[in-house]
Ligand binder design. Structure first.
Ligand code: ADP
Length: 174
């Protein structure tokens, strides 16, 4: 295991409960809230989050934007827009990789120590879960190998299919 891999771990459950510097939101391009993890984050953070998101002018797929966390234990939320899966021929892999990289770059710019990611695009956006989890682990490990920030990244597994994939990809981290 390399130095990057030791800084990456798998945790279970609801990302809004985590006491980390930033949680990542699998947002849609309006940044105005939605279902899944996005809805849960907005409910937990309170209406101030939506008010700040309204000032941001949306976000393109593969890009990320930072807000405060308001009532969340996390001080910051990094909103990223993953790709909608359309069969794999529309650069979905690249867009998903870019979501992880741009979110991590924001965390590194802010010198954040701990960041937690949900499985971006693995819910209603329909990305095949094994393929998405491989991209997540590859991109995070590559980023950590080249940057001291963040010091630690949590991959949050909320459902069983994602948990199984991360357990297979990162044995010993679970
Ligand atoms: P997307 O639109 O990017 O597919 P979803 O929110 O539908 O986003 O799903 C992304 C992943 O987040 C799924 O694996 C889903 O199980 C997971 N998820 C849903 N709620 C939570 C939560 N409270 N904490 C962590 N992960 C969650």
């Amino acid at each position: 295991m390399n130095a990057g891999a030791r800084r990456l771990r798998v945790v279970y459950g609801d990302i809004t409960r985590l006491e980390v510097d930033a949680i990542v939101n699998a947002a849609n391009s309006t940044l105005l809230g939605g279902g899944g993890v996005d809805g849960t984050i907005h409910r937990a953070a309170g209406p101030e989050l939506l008010a700040e998101c309204r000032t941001l002018g949306g976000c393109s797929p593969g890009q990320s934007k930072l807000t405060r966390g308001y009532r969340l234990p996390a001080r910051w939320v990094i909103h990223t827009v993953g790709p909608v899966w359309r069969g794999g021929g529309e650069r979905e892999d690249e867009v998903l990789a870019s979501s992880y990289r741009t979110a991590l770059a924001l965390a590194a710019d802010k010198r954040l120590a701990t960041v937690a990611f949900p499985a971006i695009s693995c819910g209603v956006y329909g990305f095949p879960i094994p393929r998405a989890c491989r991209i997540a682990v590859r991109e995070i490990e590559a980023f950590l190998a080249s940057s001291p920030h963040p010091a630690r990244v949590d991959l949050v597994a909320f459902d069983e299919a994602v948990r199984r994939e991360y357990a297979a990809l990162l044995p010993g981290s679970v």
